[in-house]
Design a protein around this ligand. Structure first.
Ligand SMILES: *Cc1c(COP(=O)(O)O)cnc(C)c1O
Length: 408
């Protein structure tokens, strides 16, 4: 949550340098025309997160519009099917729009309003960030331009329809491979032209400073709620906290409030079909240091420093880099970054659905899969998992490929 929040003193989050470095990662590698604009965003953010009006407005939105707090839930049947270790879920699938992304989109929308902007701009790959941002735009009465590759538009018809229904313009990007990478470039170009009236909204703890910091702070509500709820339910802290890592926003939000606790933290990257180039998106596991999309981090890249091809069964996880704070937390040894494959995620998707009546997003199923493995290893104790979203969006895909499992 934000600086002035009541219980904030309990948590110790990492403050990047003024330039936006977490250790040696982060900063803002952007054209000089935009440096000033990002500086303005940074200053405005520092101001509003001290402002009680902004904080109470965000609180009201979270409660009345998003339906927060989301519950924390004890998965008894899933736990018993494995052994004695108890698995708990933070239910971000019950956040409005069905995932955690709205947490930072509402914060970004409120900031755009404060800055007097008329429009918010972003790119989207699978459409999840686009839908969450279009929702925020509708709420705040802002225009919303979403850049999307033509290939993705064809694949993601329901999300394209949702964005349009919510009043956003979906702008097709038709050059190159016509997917996320080209959409990022197109959205950035548009922002260069329109930065006086528009704000660029990033969809994870990635991109130039101050976005990794801001998005994390907006997402911290997840971990703060979960920590309090877990303490209230069990009288203790969990032994381990697990979250999936694409860009790293749901993981950062969940883990930051536990950084100062004697709790093991695990970030789960998508291993896809295996460790070969283009078969996975496990950036921290297989990547190297580099700069792309305006920030320095660990990334999957080719010999020219261009983003390498990535793949995961979960489209929200197939990003070739990871937020700079995660790279730093890995170097510090505070968070362990592990992997789950497509097959493991699909198994967890079916297990959670059958044993608990919760259909998780395929992204979240990666975290559940690792938690199931860890529960077996630990034998006793407790694990808190961030269920970052619901799986309705994935049903068609799963049924097409794994539908034969329904009758088993
Ligand atoms: C987008 C998405 C993710 C991955 O993004 P992070 O920034 O790594 O959290 C995970 N889960 C769901 C449900 C998503 O929509």
């Amino acid at each position: 949550m934000l600086e002035k929040d009541v219980d904030f003193a309990v948590y110790r989050k990492i403050t990047p340098t003024k330039e936006g470095y977490f250790g040696t990662y982060g900063c803002a590698y952007i054209p000089p025309e935009l440096a000033e604009e990002f500086e303005k965003i940074s200053t405005a953010y520092q101001t509003i997160c001290q402002s009680s009006r902004f904080i109470s407005e965000l609180r009201r939105i979270r409660k009345e519009f998003q339906g927060r707090p989301t519950p924390t839930y004890h998965c008894e049947r899933l736990s018993n099917s494995i052994g004695n270790c108890q698995i708990y879920l933070k239910r971000e699938d019950l956040n409005h729009t069905g995932a955690h992304k709205l947490n930072h989109c509402m914060g970004e929308g409120l900031l755009a309003k404060y800055l007097g902007k008329k429009k918010i701009i972003a790119e989207t790959g699978a459409g999840q960030h686009g839908v969450a941002l279009a929702t925020a735009a509708a709420f705040f009465g802002l225009e919303c331009d979403i850049y999307m590759g033509e290939v993705d538009i064809a694949k993601q018809a329901p999300n394209v329809a949702r964005m349009k229904l919510l009043g956003a313009r979906v702008i097709p990007v038709s050059h190159g491979l016509k997917t996320l990478k080209e959409a990022v470039d197109a959205a950035f170009e548009a922002y260069m032209k329109e930065h006086e009236t528009a704000m660029y909204c990033i969809g994870s703890v990635v991109g130039p400073h101050p976005f990794p910091l801001m998005v994390r702070d907006f997402q911290m509500v997840v971990g703060i709620e979960a920590r309090e709820q877990f303490l209230e339910m069990t009288g203790n802290l969990p032994d381990a906290v697990v979250a999936c890592v694409g860009g790293g926003s749901n993981a950062a939000g969940m883990m930051t409030p536990f950084l100062n606790d004697p709790v093991e933290l695990y970030g789960v990257e998508p291993l896809g079909r295996g460790p070969g180039v283009g078969e996975h998106a496990a950036s921290l596991t297989y990547g190297t240091e580099g700069i792309m999309h305006g920030f320095k981090s660990i990334m999957l890249q080719d010999e020219n420093g261009e983003p390498a091809p990535v793949y995961s069964v979960a489209s929200g996880l197939d990003y070739p880099s990871v937020g700079p704070e995660h790279a730093y937390l890995r170097d510090l040894g505070r968070v362990k970054y592990v992997t789950a494959s497509d097959d493991e995620a699909i198994d967890a998707f079916f297990a959670l659905s059958r044993l608990e009546g919760i259909i998780p997003a395929l992204e979240s199923a990666h975290a559940v899969a690792y938690a199931m493995k860890l529960a077996k290893e630990m034998g006793t104790g407790s694990i808190l998992v961030n269920c970052s979203g619901r799986g309705d969006k994935d049903l068609e895909y799963v049924l097409e490929r794994y539908g034969d499992r329904l009758d088993k």
